[in-house]
Structures are given as C-alpha cells and as structure tokens.
Write a protein that binds this ligand. Structure first.
Ligand SMILES: Nc1ncnc2c1ncn2[C@@H]1O[C@H](COP(=O)(O)OP(=O)(O)OP(=O)(O)O)[C@@H](O)[C@H]1O
Ligand SMILES: [Mg+2]
Length: 267
C-alpha cells in the first residue's frame, strides 16, 4: 500500500529574470516539476551543475518563490502561507549547506542556540535543548569553540545541530558533504542516516556525487535542465539508468574507480 507522500510538489515552475546583453531575458530554471517524497525517506536529488537542484530545494521553504505550482509539506500548503506564517513555517525546515554558513563571532553553543533565540525560546529551555542536540551530533566537548577553531567535519556537525535545534519536520541538505574529505564526508553521512533512523526525520539531499546517493538515499530524482528526467528507488535507477545525466554520472564514476593512469594517455 502506498502511503500519502509527506512532501508533494506539483506543476512547479521557476523562472529567473536576468539581464542578458542589457535585454531582460527570462531563464527557465525549473519546469513542470512533480515529485512525491515519503515520510522518513532520505531522498536524493542529482543533476549536473546548473540543473536547478539548489533552486528546487529553496522552493521547498520559499527562499525562492515558485512562479507557479504547489508545494505541500505535511499539512502545510507552502505556497499559500502568508509572510508571517512563512517565517514560523521556515523554523520547521532545517537546512545545511556546503559552506556551513556559521556565525563566526559565536561559539558552537551560540550558533546552535541562535535559531532558538529567534524562535523566542526561554533561556533555560534553550540551554537544555542545546545540550541535548550537541550530544546527538557528538560536539559536547567543542561547545565553547569558535567556528575558526573547528575542522570542516566539526563545522558541518554544528550546521546539522543548528538545523535540528527547532525540531524540524524536514532537513534539506545542499551539497553538505561536498567540501569535506572523503572520510569525514562519510562520517557526516553516517550522522545524517543515524538522525533519519532515530528521529524518523525526512531528509532531502542534493548532491552531484553518485557515491552519496548510493550510500545514503533510498529514492532519487534526476534533474536535467530544470526537468525531472528520471526517478525511482536508488537500486532501480543505478541498475538501469535511463537519463543521459545518470548514464554520464555512472560512466565517470566507473572510470574514476577503475583508474585513469593508463598507457597511451599522451602525457
Ligand atoms: N538569482 C538568480 N538569478 C538568475 N539566475 C539564477 C539565479 N539563481 C540561479 N540561477 C540560474 O538557475 C540555474 C540553476 O541554478 P541552481 O543553483 O539551482 O543549479 P544547481 O543544480 O544547484 O547547480 P550546482 O550543482 O552548480 O550547485 C542556473 O543556470 C543559474 O545560473
Ligand atoms: Mg546548487
């Protein structure tokens, strides 16, 4: 039996109006996106650079305003929220980024506490929540460090802790492991999987790394020039890729893992 999708995107379109040779020309970035994401899933979105992955992710909490279409997350009809409702709703959507986006002048505790302060939580509750969440991401012993004193992996853990502070219903991850060395990236993915399992949190994970999809996701959608060209379980899509994008990704991945130092490479 199919359960109701937790995130449901229908007929989503997004156009940017950019200047091209001094004439304002529309850039169609997302076209007719339909997507259903089950509750508790780790759902991957793949595609080449410029395919529209970040824009799609940002449409989920209206950091980008969709031009048309609908987005539902749980019981929220995201596109019909008023400005005030949107500010409250966004607290329930955690987001992590490749470049961490931490507040450099605040300690780990200060960074994780920040969204709770914005939400108006009282300081005793805040402290308890920060302690709990630092324990969950394994940063208790770094609580008084500043971002400049942390490694990349630790910084991303702070990013994750901050994103989880307000008990989000969804976690959006935009290339969160791309800037990390492979071992630390794996570590951070393990943390995300652990959080998904322990909290049942739905995670939407944007990446251009096939290994990340293979390792962490159950389902995947492939974006090509702003359209979804392929979707399904990770196993299905990786066993039988049909889109050009996925075929190229898999080809490159297989060449990388088979070694590029070949005779006659002309070096
Ligand atoms: N604010 C903007 N104004 C105009 N065009 C934009 C804007 N933001 C993004 N775009 C364009 O939209 C397209 C998709 O961008 P997006 O950042 O969503 O791609 P992406 O798949 O996340 O790429 P990457 O893998 O490089 O992060 C690109 O062609 C980009 O130039
Ligand atoms: Mg992007």
């Amino acid at each position: 039996m199919m359960s109701e999708p937790f995130i449901s995107i229908q007929g989503l379109n997004k156009t940017f109006w950019g200047a091209k040779r001094s004439v304002v020309a529309p850039v169609e970035v997302l076209r007719d996106i339909d997507l259903s994401i089950p509750q508790g899933d780790i759902f991957g979105i793949m595609g080449f650079s410029g395919a529209g992955k970040s824009t799609l992710l940002r449409c989920l909490n209206r950091l980008e305003e969709p031009e048309s279409g609908s987005v539902r997350i749980g019981e929220h009809d995201v596109c019909s929220l008023s400005h005030e409702q949107l500010l409250v709703f966004r607290r329930k959507i955690g987001m992590i980024f490749q470049q961490f986006n931490l507040l450099e002048a605040r300690t780990v505790v200060g960074n994780v506490s920040f969204p709770l302060e914005v939400a108006g939580q009282r300081s005793a509750e805040r402290r308890a929540r920060v302690d709990e969440i630092l324990e969950l991401v394994g940063l208790t012993d770094r609580r008084d460090f500043y971002p400049g004193q942390l490694s990349g992996g630790q910084k991303q853990r702070v990013g994750i802790a901050r994103a989880l502070a307000n008990e989000p219903i969804v976690l959006l991850s935009d290339e969160a492991t791309s800037a990390l060395d492979p071992q630390i990236a794996l570590n951070v993915l393990d943390l995300l999987i652990n959080i998904n399992q322990r909290l049942g949190l739905t995670i939407v994970l944007v990446t251009h790394q096939i290994e990340v999809i293979k390792y962490a996701c159950r389902n995947v959608a492939v974006l090509e020039n702003g359209r979804i060209v392929e979707r399904g379980s990770v196993r299905e899509v990786l066993t039988n890729p049909t889109s050009e994008t996925m075929k190229v990704f898999m080809q490159v991945n297989s060449e990388m893992t088979s070694g590029g130092w070949k005779e006659g490479a002309g070096i």
